[in-house]
Design a protein. Structure first.
Length: 188
C-alpha cells in the first residue's frame, strides 16, 4: 500500500555507494538485493509492505526480485543486524535511514521546474540574479511538512533540527550577500 508521496527515483550518491559501509557490510549479491529494497521502499515512503498491517511474505518478495529464498533471508538478516533495515514485530520492513534516500519535496519541485519540455532546450539558470523565485527566504515553502508522531511512525529528531539550523545559516548568509550587493549598487 502506498502512503503519502511516492518517488519515481531515489538518489544514489556515488561516493557513499562506492566507499560507504554497505560495501563492507554486504556481499555483492546482498548489495544488489539492498538496492532492490530501496527501490521498493520508494513506493511506500520507506516501508516494504502489502498494507499498513500486512507484511509481504518472504517467499513472495524473493520471487518478485527473482532471487533464491536463501539469498533473500541472508540479506534481510544482515541488513537488520547492521541497522540498514528494521523488521517490525508484525514482519513489515522499513529502511532505517530512509530520510537519507528519499527525495525532499523541495528538491523534486526544483527538478520538475528545471526539466525542459523539449530535451534540446537547456534548463534556465537558477542563479539568484536570473531567477527571483528561488531566493533563500522561500525555503519554508518547499520544506516537507513536519512529521507528526503516530501518523508517520517517526518522530522529528536531529536531522530536522539540523535542517532548521541550515536554513537559518543560509538566511543569514543571504542577508549578508544582499547587504553587500546593495552597498555595491550604491557605490556604482
Amino acid at each position: 500500500m502506498r502512503r503519502g508521496k511516492t518517488y519515481d527515483w531515489i538518489p544514489l550518491w556515488r561516493d557513499k555507494w562506492l566507499q560507504g559501509s554497505t560495501r563492507f557490510e554486504l556481499l555483492p549479491d546482498e548489495r544488489s538485493v539492498f538496492i532492490d529494497l530501496l527501490c521498493m521502499a520508494g513506493g511506500d515512503d520507506g516501508f516494504i509492505r502489502a498494507n499498513p498491517e500486512t507484511p509481504y511474505p518472504d517467499r513472495y518478495l524473493a520471487n518478485l526480485l527473482n532471487i533464491e529464498i536463501e539469498l533473500w533471508e541472508r540479506t534481510i538478516r544482515k541488513c537488520v543486524s547492521v541497522g540498514k533495515i528494521i523488521r517490525m514485530e508484525d514482519g513489515i520492513l522499513y529502511v532505517a535511514s530512509w530520510q537519507d534516500y528519499r527525495i525532499p519535496t523541495r528538491t523534486k519541485r526544483w527538478l520538475m521546474k528545471e526539466t525542459p519540455a523539449d530535451p534540446q532546450t537547456p534548463p534556465q539558470s537558477l542563479s539568484p540574479e536570473s531567477n527571483e523565485e528561488y531566493k533563500y527566504t522561500d525555503l519554508d515553502e518547499y520544506r516537507d511538512p513536519p512529521l507528526v508522531p503516530g501518523n508517520d511512525c517517526r518522530v522529528p529528531g536531529k536531522k530536522e533540527e539540523a535542517f532548521d539550523k541550515a536554513i537559518e545559516k543560509m538566511r543569514r548568509e543571504q542577508a549578508k550577500l544582499d547587504a553587500e550587493l546593495e552597498t555595491k549598487k550604491r557605490t556604482e
